[in-house]
Structure formats: structure tokens, C-alpha cells
Design a protein around this ligand. Structure first.
Ligand code: SF4
Ligand code: SF4
Length: 171
């Protein structure tokens, strides 16, 4: 009898507690900025593509859902000629974002990726590339990279020393 009363009391108390359940999609859930959803490719503050097609994100992806190929622009910058993510396989682990040396690839809180056709979940570069910097502001990979490109020779990057003349070291 006491057990029954205790159970009724517990259930009855819930009548006066605010419900935690959210009616999706009527109510849009408030997600934290670090929530891991749809992946985007970002640009640096000058509007240039950040991705240098180093392939690290594809190498670290545990399900192998990233595919890309490298090309070289006239100014010496590397960029992905094609960049493809199969969201039907992606598990949103965030490893690609962690591995990326240029902060190009980023996960966003957008989780509404449902499609009727599986092939519609394969996103090409034009679907992934956004016009902004995403979560990482003010970072320009090419300003700190040691590789020479048009307008920036070796040794001219931020915090970079001029190259050592090896012949000058000879006795
Ligand atoms: S979030 Fe994980 S599974 Fe998805 S593309 Fe990145 S590394 Fe691969
Ligand atoms: S998104 Fe990042 S890790 Fe992936 S290829 Fe581009 S620069 Fe490399």
C-alpha cells in the first residue's frame, strides 16, 4: 500500500513540472555552436578558399566518406579540384575538423539533412563551400605557411625566418 502511494506521489508530482519534451519540427531546437552536424568548407578573411587539398581529412575519416583531388592555381596555391562528402556514411565524429591544418573543413549545428534519395546525400564542392569563415575568424593559412606563392616568397610568412643559405655555411 505504501509503495503504491509513493508511486502515485511520484507520478503526480510530474503534473506540475515543466515538460522537457520539444515538439520537433514545430519547435526549432537550440543547439550549441559546437554541435556536430552538416559539414562546410570555409574561406579565409580575404574570401579565398582555405582548403589546400592536403588530404588529411580524408585520411583520418573513419568511414572513408571524403573524396578529393588536388590542383594548383596560377598563383601557386593548392586547392581541391573536386571535394565530395557522402553524408549517407558520415558519422559526424568531427575527426576531419580536428585534422584540418587550415580550419577549412568545419562541422555546423545544422542537422536537417534528411533526403528521400540516398544519392542526394552526396555533396559536391559547390554544395559544401560557403562564403564565410565559419567558426574560425581571421585565420589565413597562406600568411603563415612556408610555401612560396605569388606575392609572398619563402621566408616572408608571419613568424617565418628567411631560408638558410646552406652554401654560406660551408667552411
Ligand atoms: S565527421 Fe567524421 S565521418 Fe564525417 S566526414 Fe568528418 S571524419 Fe568522416
Ligand atoms: S579540408 Fe583541410 S584537411 Fe581536408 S584536404 Fe582541405 S585543408 Fe586538408
Amino acid at each position: 500500500m505504501i509503495g503504491w502511494l509513493e508511486a502515485m506521489l511520484r507520478v503526480g508530482r510530474k503534473l506540475f513540472v515543466k515538460a522537457e519534451t520539444q515538439l520537433y519540427p514545430e519547435e526549432t531546437p537550440k543547439l550549441f555552436p559546437r554541435s556536430r552536424g552538416r559539414i562546410v568548407l570555409t574561406r579565409d578573411p580575404d574570401g579565398q578558399e582555405r582548403c589546400v587539398a592536403c588530404n588529411l581529412c580524408a585520411a583520418v575519416c573513419p568511414v572513408g566518406c571524403i573524396d578529393l583531388s588536388k590542383a594548383v592555381a596560377d598563383d601557386g596555391r593548392w586547392y581541391p579540384e573536386h571535394f565530395r562528402i557522402n553524408f549517407a556514411r558520415c558519422i559526424f565524429c568531427g575527426f576531419c575538423e580536428e585534422a584540418c591544418p587550415t580550419s577549412a573543413i568545419q562541422l555546423t549545428p545544422d542537422f536537417e539533412l534528411g533526403e528521400w534519395r540516398r544519392d542526394a546525400l552526396v555533396y559536391e564542392k559547390h554544395d559544401l563551400l560557403i562564403s564565410g569563415e565559419g567558426k574560425v575568424r581571421g585565420y589565413r593559412y597562406w600568411s603563415v605557411a612556408g610555401k612560396a606563392i605569388d606575392g609572398k616568397d619563402k621566408g616572408e610568412a608571419e613568424n617565418e625566418s628567411p631560408p638558410v643559405d646552406l652554401k654560406g655555411l660551408l667552411p
